[in-house]
Write a protein that binds this ligand. Structure first.
Ligand SMILES: C[S@@+](CC[C@H](N)C(=O)[O-])C[C@H]1O[C@@H](n2cnc3c(N)ncnc32)[C@H](O)[C@@H]1O
Length: 228
């Protein structure tokens, strides 16, 4: 099969943007459920004024929280200009600003956000990038702020990883064909660097978060919340 993989994450998602939601729903187990976790189970007295969507993509994560917090100010951060442009059009008329940047290059500032969400974007960062990012996110969260991410949480070297790949392949073949699996595998090898929950937990605590929990999980697919 000819490779369709691009040479960096920004271009990869520019190319991925055209049929993104359908592709994600068909290739990522529990995708819609994990998106919905950004809006469900938040405390009744939680009224974020400023929300950061880290790796906003085409806006599926943000679309979950917008109806619940329609008056908040939204910052949409992403390295892919095509993805950002889709999100900008989708949320025209809302209080948004968009930033085209890699996570590691952006100056987040101190105590700016009440709620940070990251839908399937952290797994593109390796362990060191995640550790550094968690420190920056802690600094940029306001007191009582919440960081919530939905992602695959496993190390590629974990003993359960082969079994996960086998189940993932079976999931994809239910909704799509072998070519889609081969594409996913190539994308996963080139761009995805998931980390196990226990490692991310220790990096979050090291960064200063006071506590954290798994709000929802099915196997290694999780929504995790960390509190400042
Ligand atoms: C799988 S998509 C997720 C989009 C959306 N949050 C969702 O849940 O459907 C990952 C997004 O994160 C962006 N991204 C990945 N790594 C990034 C990085 N290091 N810096 C900035 N953006 C990044 C990609 O461009 C892409 O739009």
């Amino acid at each position: 099969m000819t490779s369709h993989i691009q040479d960096n994450i920004s271009k990869e998602f520019d190319a991925f943007s055209s049929n993104y939601t359908e592709d994600m729903t068909n290739v990522v187990p529990h995708y819609l459920k994990l998106m919905s976790c950004f809006r469900t189970g938040v405390k009744k007295d939680f009224h974020p004024e400023h929300i950061l969507d880290l790796g906003v993509g085409n806006g599926n994560s943000m679309a979950e929280v917008l109806p619940v917090f329609p008056n908040a100010q939204y910052t949409m951060l992403d390295a892919s200009p095509e993805m950002l442009s889709i999100a900008e059009k989708r949320f025209e008329g809302y209080n948004t600003n968009s930033i085209e940047s890699y996570f590691s290059d952006y100056e987040y500032g101190e105590s700016k956000y009440d709620y940070i969400i990251a839908g399937f974007s952290l797994h593109h960062c390796d362990a060191n990038e995640k550790k550094q990012l968690f420190h920056k996110l802690y600094q940029t969260l306001k007191h009582n702020g919440v960081f919530s991410f939905s992602d695959l949480c496993i190390n590629k070297t974990d003993s359960e990883h082969q079994q996960l790949l086998q189940e993932w392949k079976e999931f994809i073949l239910k909704y799509a064909n072998e070519d889609k699996w081969l594409w996913l595998k190539e994308h996963y090898e080139a761009f995805d660097r998931p980390s196990r929950f226990e490692d991310q937990k220790s990096w979050l605590l090291e960064a200063g978060f006071s506590n954290m929990d798994i709000y929802w999980r099915e196997g290694f697919w999780m929504n995790v919340r960390a509190y400042k």
